[in-house]
Design a protein around this ligand. Structure first.
Ligand code: URA
Length: 200
């Protein structure tokens, strides 16, 4: 089946469009988010709006550009309450979408999959998320490992997490470097070392 026409779960009835995975194939880095929100559902693109701005800062700090990574969500259609508020994806929706993740991994052949938040980590690894084990590599095949981060939306509300997030990103950079993934020097607001930087 074509991903853009997927009917594997109830979300097909309420979505505007499937927010399909995007990026170069192959790509050494895959980034996996949770699920589209209103803006993503409207535009068909991942990480727009407020979470998207934090996402851009994360990419800049890692020295990566959107066009050089594979970007997808664990759930590819927007879960909402009557099309108004976003809601968390349900376990059966996450399970119904997993074949698209597995197809992506086979086609993109990433060395590293960076998961954003619990849902993405659990979908990618089949293991329970433990926030104390952030950025600890979990190997899912001979050639691919998963590295878990907090979801960037966390940072919008919890400014005190920012320095922890910055440390996680520094450890993530080291790990990507050890995997021989080419990264530009860190850019963006977080390089200043100022925890209040970024403006989010
Ligand atoms: N936008 C996405 O595409 N995914 C998320 O997990 C959050 C916002």
């Amino acid at each position: 089946m074509d991903e853009a026409q997927c009917r594997a779960c109830r979300l097909e009835a309420s979505r505007t469009q499937v927010v399909v995975g995007r990026g170069p194939r192959p790509s050494p880095v895959m980034i996996l988010g949770e699920a589209p929100g209103r803006e993503e559902d409207r535009t068909g693109l991942g990480f727009q709006g407020a979470a998207g701005r934090v996402f851009e800062d994360i990419l800049a700090f890692l020295g990566l550009r959107r066009e050089e990574i594979w970007l997808a969500n664990a759930v590819r259609c927007r879960p909402s309450i009557d099309g108004k508020r976003n809601r968390a994806p349900r376990p059966d929706e996450i399970a119904a979408c997993r074949p698209w993740f597995l197809r992506d991994v086979a086609e993109v052949a990433p060395k590293a999959i960076v998961t954003l938040g619990r849902v993405a980590f659990e979908s990618a690894t089949g293991q329970t998320w433990d926030a104390n084990r952030r950025v600890e590599p979990v190997r899912i095949s001979e050639t691919t490992e998963v590295l878990g981060l907090y979801h960037p939306a966390y940072l919008i509300y919890r400014r005190n997490l920012k320095s922890a997030y910055r440390e996680d990103l520094m450890r993530l950079r080291e790990r990507l470097d050890a995997l021989n993934i080419r990264l530009a020097p860190p850019r963006g607001p977080w390089t200043s070392g100022d925890d209040q930087g970024g403006g989010h």
